[in-house]
Design a protein around this ligand. Structure first.
Ligand SMILES: Cc1cc2nc3c(=O)[nH]c(=O)nc-3n(C[C@H](O)[C@H](O)[C@H](O)COP(=O)(O)OP(=O)(O)OC[C@H]3O[C@@H](n4cnc5c(N)ncnc54)[C@H](O)[C@@H]3O)c2cc1C
Ligand SMILES: NC(=O)c1ccc[n+]([C@@H]2O[C@H](COP(=O)([O-])OP(=O)(O)OC[C@H]3O[C@@H](n4cnc5c(N)ncnc54)[C@H](O)[C@@H]3O)[C@@H](O)[C@H]2O)c1
Ligand code: SF4
Ligand code: FES
Length: 799
């Protein structure tokens, strides 16, 4: 029997998944030809975000290798575009002059990114984020340019912004709505997300509409409708997508927003089908793979002549792929007159959960901070479960039962690929699978966005028990399989002294490292070899590179050192003169009792420092910041000790000390604790004849009360114990681990044991003195270097 000719236009995720399903159902029944505009085999578009973020490489995102096409007798024409469909003759034509007849034609041309028709949108440096070329363009730009602007605060824009930060760029995200991801989240979740991403270094301009892209040949910035302007060397447009329907429309196929199809993915023209982002089913056009794969499955069954009810539409769920951010939504996201909601906002843990219920049925959910329940909720909503089913599954989880254990066999573990718990468990048992990779190969679970990997891992544990050893080691970042401790041990053993050397010798997976490992390695090297290691400015975060804090509008803030929060008339006069001379936007007193000059232009920074003539207050660094003091015994009637003098001594001693994360201190002269030592990394409280030293407090998003380390008698001992604690923290915490998190992990008793041991305390003090011995005042250092002034601040000499 002659094989039927099956032609696929579009070598992308939806089209090729359909072919895979067809081959599974009826191998060798079709003569398959695939045309793909892009010159690659089918690749995982979803993982482009991970490539940009440095978590994976382009070579690792191929879904179907060239060999797969050969093995399945598929004729692939990569880099070839179909330009015309003759629906009467059943022939397609390409831009390379090829004519190919078909019995069945599948159009899976996907989408085009929506490019805002702005003046200047054709300039060099303006790009979308859709394919490998766009990804490469951004990576190249990051090597030569510093400032990126991403237009669009949706899933794509935020994933792009995270990637550009990882590539060392400063990133502004310009968003039209009043909160992020407004199409996928409700306002509280959108606002929590903004806070979290800001803490990762992203800068947001909300409710902003871009009017023009400025520059001559290459982009120099963005002008807004409200008259504002920001500088940018790279502009990424991520404002949504448009189904790619031109070919179908020109060939006389019915098109609305997408190519109109019925439940069997048939267009209005016989033998022509459409799947993927270009197809419109029941007035819906989808932009996520899970529904597209469901469409592919339905179409495959139809083409193979299997009995099937067809495609009936999908319940969507989304998850942002940015490390350190857990956010999930599915179904309805905003309340209506008919819905009731279950809401939990845990300010302590910074988690938020909202579940929407209508007529007792679960209709939607938004999760922030902890998304473990996401898959379960999606599954229940898809099933049309009622709220009691959900509450029951919750109490099972509260009883310690793992989420996967409480799921029924038909519940979906991998939303992207529609793989159920039952299918995975049966594959684990029948094929003897023992790793997430093997489950992926056998079932497709975790093959797309990868967010279900943890659930697959939990299922392996649940099914295999002790036979399955999950890889729980926390690596420095995705560039290496080594943990922090292993890297430090290697640095010591092999005498490594430069980040590049560490990456080379320890076989880093990326040539340049990423924004996670570069500053971490620079810190570890400085901690291990304080004298020998030369600080690598290029490995530091932008604020530390520039010795000032970047603000929302691209200006900087300057905080001069003011030991113990004490100043004098002369310094205040100087500060006032500088503020006037450089037109400082705002003068603000900080929570740490310092004066903050906000709104300084980058190019003015060196002149501002020179005119101030004061040391840097280090308000931007992963280092000892401020020591807040109360007025103490000299003036306060409750005061028992000289808290101000103690604070000044502490600040002078530890000034500029590099630490895993910022370190704040407070010294009070009685238990009323006006300097708030209870929420500082180091808090000192003076009592009659005694000083109490508290450690590990935090007053930020994760409020934590400091714990008592020791009671001592003299100021000298306060300095000695504080030094021992800080040095131990420096040597043992992970980079970017606050002292509060560190203590949470190791426990106060362990740290007490160490610093109360006379010998160990002495040794820690010796190493601390070594580290303090290399301190150089950074503002002066910059002023003395013509090259730094020129490279970083575009200044030839300070006035
Ligand atoms: C950076 C990024 C991250 C994403 N992350 C996620 C995620 O986490 N989860 C999720 O569910 N979705 C995600 N998506 C969306 C997901 O990638 C898409 O929904 C999916 O790729 C669409 O598949 P498709 O086959 O319809 O289109 P595509 O994958 O775009 O494939 C269409 C192909 O057809 C080709 N083509 C077009 N016209 C012609 C023609 N005339 N002749 C020949 N070839 C043609 C195109 O060049 C393209 O290669 C992400 C998208 C991007 C860009
Ligand atoms: N993790 C994921 O699931 C993931 C990741 C990336 C992309 N995607 C998919 O890729 C597609 C494209 O993503 P997207 O984020 O571009 O689409 P989107 O529609 O989800 O978001 C676009 C955002 O841009 C904003 N916007 C629109 N016009 C604007 C303007 N003029 N200025 C500033 N902001 C503007 C919108 O308010 C919206 O929030 C979507 O289908 C998305 O689902 C998914
Ligand atoms: S902490 Fe005590 S001593 Fe210090 S200012 Fe407050 S009340 Fe006075
Ligand atoms: S949920 Fe995306 S790969 Fe499984």
């Amino acid at each position: 029997m002659d094989k039927k000719k099956l032609v696929l236009i579009g070598n992308g995720m939806a089209g090729i998944r359909t072919i895979e399903e067809i081959i599974k159902l009826l191998p060798d029944q079709f003569e398959i030809t695939v045309f793909g505009k892009e010159p690659y085999p089918n690749y995982n578009r979803i993982q482009l975000s991970k490539v940009l973020q440095g978590d994976t490489e382009l070579k690792d995102i191929t879904l179907n290798e060239w060999q797969w096409y050969e093995d399945n007798d598929i004729l692939l024409y990569p880099g070839e575009t179909v330009t015309k469909i003759d629906k009467d003759q059943q022939v397609v034509y390409t831009d390379k002059g090829k004519e190919t007849p078909y019995d069945y034609l599948i159009i899976a041309t996907g989408s085009n990114p929506f490019m805002l028709p702005l003046l200047g949108a054709d300039k060099e440096g303006v790009t979308a984020f859709r394919d490998i070329e766009d990804c490469e363009k951004m990576i190249d730009a990051s090597k030569n340019y510093k400032r990126a602007a991403v237009i669009g605060g949706g899933l794509l824009g935020l994933e792009a912004a995270r990637g550009l930060l990882n590539l060392g760029m400063e990133v502004d995200v310009i968003h039209i709505a009043d909160y992020l991801m407004e199409r996928q989240l409700d306002q509280p979740a959108g606002e929590l997300l903004k806070k979290e991403l800001e803490s990762q270094g992203m800068n947001f301009l909300l409710e902003k509409q871009t009017a023009e892209i400025t520059g001559k040949k290459r982009v120099t910035g963005l002008k807004f409708k409200d008259g504002g302007w920001i500088p940018a060397d790279l502009v990424v447009m991520a404002v949504g997508i448009k189904p790619n329907v031109a070919l179908a429309q020109e060939s006389g196929i019915e098109v609305n927003r997408g190519i109109v199809v019925n439940d069997h993915m048939e267009t209005n023209v016989p033998n022509i089908y459409s799947v993927g982002e270009c197809a419109e089913h029941d007035q819906m056009v989808y932009g996520l793979v899970a529904p597209l794969y469901e469409q592919g499955q339905a179409l495959a069954k139809h083409i193979c002549g299997m009995n099937h009810q067809g495609y009936k539409g999908s319940v969507l769920s989304t998850q942002l792929k940015v490390s350190g951010v857990d956010v999930f939504s599915t179904g309805l996201i905003n309340e209506t007159a008919e819905t009731k909601s279950i809401k939990v906002f845990d300010e302590w843990q910074n988690t938020y959960k909202k579940i929407l219920v209508q007529d007792d049925k679960l209709k939607g959910a938004v999760l922030f901070g902890n998304t473990k329940e996401g898959t379960k909720l999606l599954s229940l909503i898809k099933k049309g479960a009622n709220v009691e089913d959900y509450l029951e599954s919750q109490s099972a989880a509260d009883d310690g039962e793992s989420i996967v254990a409480s799921m029924s066999d038909d519940e979906i573990i991998c939303g992207c690929n529609g793989v159920s718990k039952g299918a995975i468990v049966s594959a684990i048992k029948s094929d003897g699978l023992t790793s997430v990779e093997e489950v992926k190969g056998a079932t497709n679970a975790s093959r797309s966005c990868g967010t279900c990997k943890n659930l697959v891992s939990d299922l392996l544990t649940d099914t295999l028990g002790d036979e399955y050893e999950a890889d729980t080691k926390e690596t420095v970042c995705a560039c290496t399989d080594l943990s922090r401790d292993e890297v430090i041990a290697e640095i010591k053993e092999k005498g490594l002294t430069h980040t590049k050397e560490v990456m080379n010798v320890l076989e880093w997976k990326t040539e340049e490292g990423c924004s996670k490992c570069k500053p971490a390695l620079n810190y570890y090297l400085g901690m291990v070899y304080p004298k020998e290691h030369e600080d690598e400015r290029e490995s530091r975060f932008v604020n530390e590179r520039l010795h000032a804090n970047i603000q929302k509008d691209g200006t900087y803030s300057v905080v001069p050192r003011m030991y113990g929060g004490v100043t004098n008339a002369k310094d205040l006069r100087t500060i006032a003169d500088v503020a006037e001379k450089y037109d400082v936007g705002m003068i603000k007193l900080t929570g740490g009792q310092r004066i903050d000059l906000l709104g300084v232009k980058k190019e003015d920074l060196p002149d501002v420092w020179k005119d101030l003539g004061m040391p840097s207050g280090y308000a931007y660094g992963k280092s000892v910041r401020t020591v807040k003091t109360c007025v103490g015994a000299e003036f306060c009637r409750f005061g028992t000790q000289d808290s101000t003098g103690m604070g000044i001594q502490l600040e002078k001693k530890f000034e500029g000390l590099n630490t895993p994360h910022k370190v704040k201190m407070g010294v009070s002269a009685c238990p009323r604790n006006c300097a708030e030592g209870g929420i500082k990394d180091v808090g000192i409280v003076g009592l009659d004849g005694v000083w109490e030293v508290y450690v590990g407090g935090n007053g930020g998003t994760e409020l934590r009360k400091a714990e008592l380390l020791v009671k001592v008698k003299s100021q000298q001992e306060v300095l000695e114990y504080t030094a021992a604690f800080l040095q131990y923290y420096r040597e043992n915490a992970r980079y970017l681990e606050r002292s509060s998190h560190y203590l949470e992990r190791v426990g106060i008793e362990h740290v007490k044991e160490v610093v109360n041991d006379d010998q160990l305390r002495k040794e820690l003090n010796v190493r601390m003195d070594e580290a303090l011995g290399v301190y150089k005042e950074p503002w002066n250092e910059v002023l003395e270097s013509e090259t730094t002034l020129k490279d970083l601040y575009q200044k030839v000499t300070a006035k």
